[in-house]
Each structure stands twice: as C-alpha cells, then as structure tokens.
Design a protein around this ligand. Sequence first.
Ligand SMILES: O=C(O)[C@H]1NCC[C@@H]1O
Length: 617
Amino acid sequence: MSWKQGFCDHDVSCHDHAVTVLTSKSWWPDANDKQTEPNPSMDLYTAFNSDAVTVKTVDMHTCGEPTRIVVSGYPELLGATVLDKRRYAKERLDKYRKRLMFEPRGHDGMYGALLIPEPDHPDAHIGVLFTHTEGYSTMCGHATIALGRFLIDTQDTVLFPKRVLLRPDPITGVISLNIQAPCGLVRTFVKTSPIPSSDTHPTSNNFKSDPSSPVRFLSVPSFCIATDLTTSVNLPEGPLPVTFDIAFGGAYYCIVPATQLGLPDFADTPYLFSLLRTRAALLSSTVAGDPRFAPLFRYPGSATRGDLDFLYGTIVTDDGDGAPSAPSLSACIFAGAQVDRSPCGSGVSARVAVLYARGRATLGETKVFGSMLSRIAQKAGGGYFEGTPVETVKIGEMDGVVVEVAGKAWYSGVGGFVVEKEDRLGEEGFFILAPGKVVKKITLAPFLSSWCVKLLATNKSHHYFLPEWVKIKPKTHPLGGQKYRVALYGHLKPTFTIKRHRPPTSPAPTSSPPPSGAPSPDPDSAHCARNLPPPPPSPLKGTRSPFHAVRNSCRPRARPSVPRRTPAGWSAGGDRRRRTRHYHGGRPSPLDVGFRSRQTLALRVVWVCGKGLKRKK
Ligand SMILES: O=C(O)[C@H]1NCC[C@@H]1O
C-alpha cells in the first residue's frame, strides 16, 4: 500500500508547507524500505492522523451549509495578492479542490475555505479563498460566519499568525476580525467568552467564540444593478418568460420570485424543490449566456481585473420583504446547480440592496431571510440570517449599500483525507451529474464496454467523472434531434440533448417530416442530425462495434420504425431494458466520433425524471 504525501504531488511548487510535513517513511514505509504494509504497531486511525499523508480539515455548518476549512496539507497558494492566489489555485491546484469537494470525500453541496495566513490587504488579519463544486467564489457569507468562530477558536499560529493581535472588547466581549475575501475586506464581529485560565493554551489569548451568539459581518458594498429585466427560459414544456433583478453582494446574483419560474410562492417540498433548482440553473445559464446582460456584470475599477465579473447564481424568493414577523424564504442555486442550504450571506447582502433600491427597506431596518431548511433549523436555535442596510456608499457611478449580515455556525467534525496512489477514481474525485445541472460540453472517452460508455463531462472549470459505466438509450427526435437518456444508478435519469461542438463540415442530410402528433423538435437538439462528418473507417471493421447500439442514432426517423438486430447473447424483444440496448443503425452519431478519438461535444441536461412534466404531446 502506498500513499501520497498530503495532497502534494510535487507537480506544483509546494515547499514551505504551513505545517511540518513528516516524511512518509516514518509513518507509511514504502517498497523501498522493503515493507509495504503500515507499521503494524500503529492502528489505521493514528496513521491517518499523520501530517505526512493527510489533508486535515475542520468541518462546520452554517444553517446546514457546510464549510470545510483546510488546516494543513494543502499545497502552497502562490501569488502576491488574494486574487492572484485565486487565479493560481484555479489554474494549477484545481485537482486538490476537487478532491475535497467532490465525492467520495465531498458531495454535490460541498463548500470549503482555504486560508491565506499572509493577506495583502493592510487591514486584514487573514485572507481566504472559497471553494465549491464548480470552482472558487468571490464572496461567501455562510463561510465567513463559520470562519468567524473558527478563527477565534483555533490555536494554530502557523495557520493564523495574526490571531495574537485580536482583543475582545472589554465590555461586550466582541472581537473584530478582518477577513480578506476575493471581493475585498469583510469586517467580521464575533462574540467571545473567556476561557478559564487553567484551560488556556500557551499561545491563546484566553477567549473562545460563543456558539449561542450570531457572528456578524459587513461585506463589501452591495449594489442593486438592475430591476425588472426580462428574458425567456427554455423549459422542456416550452419557453417561459421571466422577469428578474440583478444585484451584487460580493458576487452577482439574479433575484427572481418563485412565481416567475412557474412555481408556488416558495417551493420547499422535495419535488417542487427539484423543479426550482432546475429552473433557477436554467435562468442562470440563460442570463450568463446572453450578451445583452454581460455589461451588467462589470465590477467598477480595474483592480479586480475582471475576476468578479460573472454571474454566480440565482436566488429564488417568495418575494417577501423579510419583515422579522414574516421572514422571507429563498433558495440560492449557485455555481451551476449547487444548492445553498443556508439563507446565503452574500445573497442576503444582494437582496437587501434590491429591497433598499426598491424602497422596501430603510437604513437600520433589519430584515430576516430563511432557506428551505430554516423552518426546521429554527427549532434547533437558529436557521435564519439577518440583513440590515447600515450605510450608503458610492463606487464609481453606482450607489451601493453596506449590509450587516448575521447568522450562526457550528462545528460538525474534523477530517483527515488521504489518496492512495492506486486510487484513480478518488484522485480527483467524481461528481454525479445533478438533475438540472447545466454542463457545457461532454467528452466521450475512447474506452467502452458492451452497450455502455463511460462519460466524462467537462466545461471550463468542471470535470464530472461519472464513475459507473453508463447505459445510453438514444431517443430519436422526428426531425433528427437526438436525446440520450442516461441511466445513472437507476434512479437519476436525466435526458441529454447532444449538440455537435465543432462547426458543421458537411451538408445536411434531408430530414423526414415529423409524424403527425409527434412532439415538436427541441431546437437545441435539432442540428445534431445535420452536418455530421463522414463516418471514419471503423477500426473494428468486421467485428460488432460495442458502440453500434448508438450508431446512426442521429438519423431522423420515428422510433417504431427502427429496425432492430439482435446482438449475440441477447434475445430480441424480451424485457424493455434489454431492448433499449439493441438500438443501432447506419450513420455514425457524434458518439461514434467520440469513440475513435476523444472528442468534445456540447451537452445540456434538459430533463430529469419527474411526474407530469413531460413535453406535451
Ligand atoms: O452564504 C453565501 O454567501 C454562500 N453560500 C453558498 C453560496 C454563497 O457563496
């Protein structure tokens, strides 16, 4: 058995770790020492606790939303400024983020924080990068609340050298802690209580955070960028006109009432929530992809070099004002289709900016915001965030408002994460495509198993590795568009529309007209059948291609007329599941091309299983 040292593979500069890294020899002797098993005198738990092989974290949650705070073992973040380090992490260290965010160590709602002991802002005590399943955000309120407590409680002076400078206010016990986030300086206030002197750690300043008091923070100024914008979202049922606002709360959000997405006031039942998530993700991708809206995502000044200029997510609201007697519920769907379990701190800043701009909030007036978990969490002592506009500011031409956000966070555990050298799946981790997840491209790896393919779905910052062999069932559109139902573990059944990624190279074959009563073609998928390159010579000529299940799958035709052949080993007819594997025909599909040399294709999850929402016949 062999282990990697921390997460550091020495393919990046990693000298000078923040922690002492023991040599792996002392803990996990390797083959060179003629000993391949762990030291028998040491149990597995103790060995995992070694700095040599482990990335260590402290895990917290803020109203249910996780923050995995890395305390040691991560490669050094190089760069002069926090934004430089963010760029470096994106470009050079991304697989380490994936290891901690993706399965098997994380999940599709995982969130994390990488601390920067020496920030570049003169007033900052510490810096931070926020990580999620898609990349690196620019601001995060729930993680700031968690970090507020963690940074008061940690005794690690390597991780947080400036902790020694912190002093509680002698009357209130509140400590003021400045955290430099990628969006700027976030002033955080944490209520503390004294530690009895007998318990005091030698480096401690004799205080600890008070779990019963909310952590408060003042983020960078928030802006209501534009109200009552309109667009049209392409749902499987047809286009849906949507009116929404755009606001900045350290990151840019679309803010939209649930009713605009064709949902009840606030959809917190699981079935409606999955619809809400899908539609919010579609709104985000529609707005982000529409050049009309691009100028709205421009942070004033040049200091941030465009690093903040992107739409982070959509906040679906009940359209309430957030009066303390009637908290406003919302769901933040960010970074593609990740669901914020908390009321979203940066989203609260953005929402308060909109309420203020619309005259629905005044300076000093506290508003209360919840998530789909808040009603449950409140029973346990806190599930809402408060947002108060405290000051107006002007940045460039824009009128902004500084918002104070308050919420509570709790410790949920500590972690030690390892990667065995032989573990190819766990090396970067994997990500099961979430229902409604919008992905930009799919790469079909050139390795196949009979009737199944292994999928790697990628876009600029993602790499979704689907760990299981996936069965593909082509479903022909009458006008040639192609849908693929991908069976994942039997319960997730998204339907993919596959588009060719490269520009067309050959003339379109003639399409046959749709049979009467057939569904209308999906505009996104219609061009799949056209302009396919000529079929490449088959390396498997004379043999039965394992991929012929999807061969010619773009040829326009109605399903009942598809001739079926029976591959060896399978009977014709029989149960439905088998029949789907027998689908094949003449012209190559984009999937065939993917089989020969890895090729990238555009892909969008257009539908997930769900009752009553099939395309109308
Ligand atoms: O509280 C927040 O601001 C964050 N929670 C997840 C998405 C946002 O970054």
